[in-house]
Design a protein around this ligand. Sequence first.
Ligand SMILES: [Zn+2]
Length: 142
Amino acid sequence: MPRKKAKSKEPEESEEQRKERLRKLLIARRQEIIREAKNEIGKFIRGENRQLAETALDDGDWSVVDLAEDLNLQKLTVHKQTLNKIDEALRKLNEGTYGICEDCGSEISEERLKIIPFAIYCVDCMEKREELEKIEREERGI
Ligand SMILES: [Zn+2]
């Protein structure tokens, strides 16, 4: 009896399995970011306030970041933005609109999602946007 060829590197994955895998990936990324944010905050806040800040982050309360923005903690702002994107991706995963470009409605390639699991634009649209931003910056003379 001929054995089934195991030629494809990636095993067949059902839609449910794919969702589950992506969900885990996004949640892991989320935890990683919160950990980094805590580290970042820890550098600037000490003692009791630090404990408060860390608890706030666990609860998803990023008002401490607004505070941090006063301290010019740009890194934290980036963390917060990424976290928002991850939450958005998780929401889309639940809704079944995950992996669809917000601009043109086409599917974002699996390779791109592997690198940026919270991407909301396909490569083409992302490049277009970056191009536009560049032009805008130049026009404003920045
Ligand atoms: Zn697109």
